[in-house]
Design a protein around this ligand. Structure first.
Ligand code: TYM
Length: 320
């Protein structure tokens, strides 16, 4: 089974990235041939400072490895180290109806929030389709917000296959039932662009401060509180055992525990959850050459897989 997923180096990785994609991807590296990459071409739609982009790529590499991506099991690489993907993206764009892209809510969402409506932002899902199809991917673990992009990928692959013959494997998304839409500090989906993130490897003090700023109602300490739909409980569920979650829910309902104390409990649980990874990260930060070697070797393996697919696609449509 070929498994593939990507992550943008558009800032520090957050708890939503971790539970929506990284954790399942790390688990899947034991079940098939996994390809994971840092989507730096995609990030050019939002990151315009070259030094910042390079630093982000390095940070994502370190953080993903620290979280448990094993380069002996998974091929880990920079998207731009396999530039063949941009050529495939063009071939795919010639079969992609505008309607597919006009429907995509990520473009609408970003431009409505003031981002410039560039062609890159609009064509983003075509490059993503190329990422997936060039590696003959079968399973793509992603968070809920990428579901539509995966549907577009399947539709583009079917269009191409219908026109030129069976060139591409039709991939399937793998979206977990419970943790595919992690809420941020304000209850909206956790996202860098909403400014509501909890970073996986943030410093202790600012992380505590962020968690203490989670939006709650003004129920007083003594009064019973509703755990249903509480951001505190929803985040706690990501890292606590069933018993711990049940205790927190009981404390909500009983009254007598303030939101401040409940948030402290959430902070402790989150902090402890990532502690072993934090230690591994320190080691990786001290070994930049190792990280670079991992990405370079990953790129070689990824290129070897991408080239034949691109060749197949070129040949199918008459480009020699
Ligand atoms: P990106 O970089 O925005 O996010 C990386 C992964 O994290 C997931 N995610 C979340 N999951 C649950 N709750 C959240 N709040 C949350 N926020 C983010 C995302 O769903 C994603 O799986 N377009 C992709 C990158 C990409 C890609 C690909 C992915 C480029 N090419 C090919 C798969 C296959 C993106 O922007 O993800």
């Amino acid at each position: 089974m070929r498994i593939l997923s990507g992550i943008q180096p558009s800032g520090r990785l957050h708890v939503g990235n971790y539970f929506g994609m990284m954790e399942p991807a790390i688990r899947l590296q034991n079940e098939g041939e996994a390809f994971y990459f840092i989507a730096d071409y995609h990030s050019l739609t939002t990151v315009h400072d070259p030094a910042e982009l390079r630093a982000n790529v390095r940070d994502v590499a370190v953080d993903f490895l620290a979280c448990g991506l094993d380069p002996n099991k998974a091929t880990f690489f920079r998207q731009s180290d396999v530039p063949e993907v941009t050529e495939l993206s063009w071939l795919l764009s010639t079969v992609t109806p505008m309607g597919f892209l006009k429907r995509c809510h990520s473009f609408k969402d970003k431009t409505e929030r003031g981002m410039e409506a560039t062609h890159g932002l609009f064509a983003y899902p075509v490059l993503m389709a190329a990422d997936i199809l060039i590696y003959d991917s079968e399973v793509v673990p992603v968070g809920e917000d990428q579901k539509q992009h995966l549907e577009v990928t399947r539709d583009i692959a079917l269009k191409f296959n219908n026109r030129y013959g069976e060139v591409f494997v039709i991939p399937k998304s793998r979206i977990r039932d419970d943790k595919a839409k992690v809420p941020g500090l304000d209850g909206q989906k956790m996202s860098k662009s909403y400014g509501n993130t909890i970073e996986i490897f943030g410093e202790q003090k600012p992380t505590r401060k962020k968690i203490m700023s989670i939006v709650t109602d003004s129920t007083p300490v003594e009064a019973p509180k509703n755990p249903e739909g509480s951001i505190i409980v929803d985040l706690y569920r990501l890292v606590a055992s069933e018993d711990e979650v049940a205790t927190m829910e009981t404390d909500f309902r009983a009254g007598g525990t303030g939101y401040g104390d409940l948030k402290k409990r959430l902070f402790e649980a989150l902090w402890d959850h990532f502690e072993p990874m934090r230690q591994r990260r320190e080691e990786l930060l001290a070994a930049p050459d190792y990280v670079e070697t991992v990405l370079r070797e990953g790129a070689e393996r990824a290129s070897a897989s991408a080239r034949p697919t691109l060749e197949r696609a070129r040949k199918a449509c008459g480009i020699r």
